[in-house]
Design a protein around this ligand. Structure first.
Ligand code: ATP
Ligand code: MG
Length: 614
């Protein structure tokens, strides 16, 4: 699950390309002490302060030369690994006819996230949030037979999403860089099938994030139409991440909240009543917590009843009921995917108006509606299928507005028919402390930043948009697809989240904009300038990228900026040490002042430091 850097196997300096030499004054590096007012994360603050990015508008940024160089290094690694995985690079337009999104219904699914622009002729285009539609449409005219498959295509391009709350600069932008890839197959299993390509891309992602020096987890995400683990998210382990993942480290299991299974839990619907059923007035109380506080109980003493309905007619037929009532403990959240699996068909949250008309007092529903509203399937989570807590019994809705009941008892309140109709099973989101599905241990939570997401799509787009190919039996079947996203600009920010200190960024050599910063103490001293050029030239010959701070600034300013922009190695050329034939050598990750290194030994020392840190 958790992959750590094993980058010894990858060289971060090029053995065939000469390194770059740049001078600070010729590169735009507007470092600043000012922290953006809305910055809540280290990457936002540090990328701005170190002169990598500047905001243009909400979720829209300029990438200045340093950021541009790091991005170029990230994309070079991505290209190498995608090419190695057998994918071919292409480039699609940003402007996508909005009709294509109507065909897949994603114009609705994306809703306001989709940027729309109207041209002078009144034609509406979407600014691509991803490109499943465009590429599916493209391939309709390019392939017709299984003989042309499998095929994997990718691009690296700017994506647009009108995020409601753009935040943390590059972590969640409205305009951002993504590598998106799509694969096409005639089979799921076997040679050339979707699963084979999926596994190859999974490995490519693992190599990419290892080479970037990231501490990450590959996490099982939502299951889709293919079943099993239809999708994985690649999460950088960082406390500032928006996503919560559940892990059983010992068993090597990691999953996101939506997908995470929970180990075996026992249940018992036979417990005796704790007291007489007691109706209590709970007026105008918002949510479970308000009611619990009012009644002096905890949310875990309550039963939460969530009303679902079949997603469509096919699901209604599969489920065999008009309503699905999911009962979980008050401190838990019902999980739609798990409700679907236990009910046997796709569900959506019940339409409030229709549910009320059917007899559900929304906000005050009790498990008894499984009996009183006909056509209702009752699903109970094991933690809710227990005798109630001794003091209050279960507290739940009273099936009428502004009222709840205490001492709800499964064995007393629900007739045998309703209880017989009930299914007990996992229908809620996992939480820390739950039994692990893979060992005798428990699940733990950790925060992550989603930098990649790979997905076995199946025929969702091809069936909707008519991309078919002749199979071996001469039958025209919808093409089976996979899609593979990787957030390039978010990855840059995630690297900073993972690797920084109080003074600034600490770049991993693989994506540092330059490998070495030479701090030239006196730029107009001919001897120092000459030594600097000589060292820079030799480093560049060895494939090392060099930035020379040639500004006429005080040493303190230059050292602070060197720490802030965070290049892996700092070399200081100054009068006294130069007279001794030395320069001062310091790794960014080391504390303290640095140590003298003889001029002749500089290249070796730099190469050793870069190889060591990977
Ligand atoms: P999120 O859940 O964070 O909104 P998503 O699941 O909608 O992301 P995908 O559609 O899976 O995103 O896109 C693939 C990748 O693109 C993500 O894994 C992420 O790295 C990146 N990405 C998505 N949205 C943004 C954004 N607004 N800014 C920067 N990167 C993004
Ligand atoms: Mg995603």
């Amino acid at each position: 699950m958790t992959e750590t850097t094993t980058s010894e196997q990858f060289s971060v300096v090029s053995t065939t390309r000469r390194g770059a030499i740049a001078r600070w004054r010729q590169v735009l590096i507007p470092t600043t002490r000012d922290t953006p007012a809305d910055a809540t994360t280290a990457s936002h603050t540090l990328l701005v302060r170190a002169g990598f990015i500047r905001q243009v508008g909400a979720g829209v940024y300029n990438y200045l030369p340093l950021a541009h160089r790091s991005i170029a290094k990230i994309t070079a690694i991505i290209r190498e690994e995608m090419d190695r995985a057998g994918a071919a690079e292409m480039f699609m337009p940003v402007l996508t006819p909005v009709e294509l999104f109507a065909a897949s219904k994603r114009d609705q699914d994306y809703g306001d996230l989709l940027f729309r622009v109207e041209d002078r002729h009144g034609r509406v285009s979407a600014l691509g949030p991803t490109h499943e539609e465009l590429i599916t449409d493209l391939l309709k005219n390019c392939i017709s037979s299984y003989k042309q498959l499998p095929l994997t295509l990718y691009q690296i391009q700017t994506k647009f999403r009108d995020e409601f709350r753009p935040r943390s600069a590059l972590l969640r932008g409205r305009e951002f860089l993504m590598k998106d890839a799509y694969s096409f197959h005639t089979a799921i299993e076997g040679e050339g099938g979707l699963k084979q390509t999926y596994d190859v891309i999974y490995d490519a992602y693992t190599r990419i994030f290892q080479r970037l020096g990231l501490d990450f987890s590959a996490v099982e995400a939502e299951s889709g139409p293919i079943g099993g683990s239809a999708s994985h998210e690649f999460m950088v382990n960082a406390d500032s991440g928006e996503d919560t993942i559940l892990v059983d480290r010992a068993a090597g299991y990691a999953a996101n909240v939506e997908k995470c299974e929970i180990g075996e839990r026992s249940h018992d619907l036979t417990g005796a009543p704790t007291d007489d059923l007691e109706k209590v007035h709970t007026p105008n109380l918002p949510g479970i917590d308000g009611v619990a506080e009012h009644l002096g109980v905890s949310a875990a003493d309550m039963l939460k009843c969530v009303v679902f309905e079949p997603k469509d007619d096919a699901a209604r037929e599969a489920i065999g009921h008009d309503w699905v009532l999911a009962v979980v403990r008050g401190d838990h959240e019902a999980n739609e995917g798990k409700v679907r699996d236990l009910a046997g068909g796709a569900v959506v949250l019940g339409d409030e108006k229709r549910a009320r008309a059917a007899g559900f007092a929304i906000g005050y529903v009790s498990p008894c509606t499984a009996e009183s509203v006909s056509g209702t399937l009752l699903l109970i989570d094991p933690d809710a299928a227990q005798p109630g807590p001794a003091s209050s019994g279960w507290v739940t809705g009273a099936d009428e507005p502004d009222h709840h009941v205490k001492h709800f008892t499964w064995s007393r309140e629900l007739g045998d028919t309703a209880r017989g109709n009930a299914r007990v099973g996992d229908i809620r989101n996992a939480v820390a402390g739950d039994p692990s599905p893979r060992s005798d241990g428990t699940l733990d939570t950790q925060r992550g930043i989603e930098v990649g997401h790979i997905f076995k799509l199946g025929t969702k787009y091809s069936a909707a948009m008519g991309l078919v190919a002749m199979d071996k039996d001469q039958k025209r079947e919808p093409v089976i697809m996979g899609c593979y996203g990787l957030g390039v600009s978010r990855t840059l920010a995630a690297c900073v989240e993972m690797s920084h200190d109080d003074s600034g960024i600490v770049w991993t050599p693989a994506i540092a904009p330059y490998h070495v910063e030479i701090v030239l103490m006196k730029p107009d001293d001919a001897e120092q300038a000459e030594a600097c050029d000589r060292i820079a030239g030799r480093l560049a010959d060895a494939g090392v990228d060099v930035l020379i701070d040639d500004r006429p600034e005080r040493p303190g300013v230059k050292f602070n900026d060197a720490d802030l922009i965070g290049l892996p190695v700092r070399l200081t050329i100054g009068g006294r040490s130069l007279a001794d034939g030395n320069v001062e050598f310091k790794r960014r990750s080391d504390e303290g002042k640095g140590e003298p290194v003889a001029l002749d030994g500089v290249v070796d020392a730099v190469l050793a430091a870069l190889a060591d840190k990977g």
